[in-house]
Design a protein around this ligand. Structure first.
Ligand SMILES: [Zn+2]
Length: 100
C-alpha cells in the first residue's frame, strides 16, 4: 500500500507492506504479489510485501503459490512508473534535487 509520511514540511510517499504494515525502505527487499491471469485483459489486485514471511502470507491470502505470481518490487515500480507516462528526465530531476 502507498502511505504518506509527514517529514518536516513535506508529505513523503512511501510503499508499505500490505501484510505487516511497515515501510519497505529497500526495493530489493520487497515483492509485488498478485493472482495469475485467467485470461487476456484480466486485472488483478497487487499486494506489496517484504520478501520472506510477508510474501508467503500474501500468496496464501491470494489463493496459494500455484495461483499467484510476483515481481521484484524494484521491477514492479519501474514498470509502474513507465506505464504511467513519467519520463525518465523527471526522475533524473528528482535525483539531481536530492529526492523529495
Ligand atoms: Zn512486511
Amino acid at each position: 500500500m502507498i502511505k504518506v509520511m509527514y517529514k518536516g514540511h513535506r508529505s513523503v510517499p512511501m510503499v508499505c507492506c500490505d501484510i505487516c504494515g511497515s515501510w519497505i525502505d529497500d526495493a530489493d527487499a520487497g515483492a509485488a504479489v498478485f493472482r495469475k491471469s485467467v485470461g487476456e485483459g484480466c486485472i488483478s489486485e497487487v499486494l506489496h510485501t517484504h520478501k520472506g514471511r510477508c510474501h508467503v502470507v500474501a500468496e496464501e491470502r491470494l489463493g496459494g503459490q500455484v495461483k499467484t505470481g510476483w515481481h521484484e518490487l524494484r521491477q514492479h515500480l519501474q514498470l509502474l512508473v513507465f506505464n504511467t507516462g513519467i519520463p525518465p528526465a523527471a526522475l533524473q530531476k528528482l535525483e539531481d534535487g536530492n529526492g523529495f
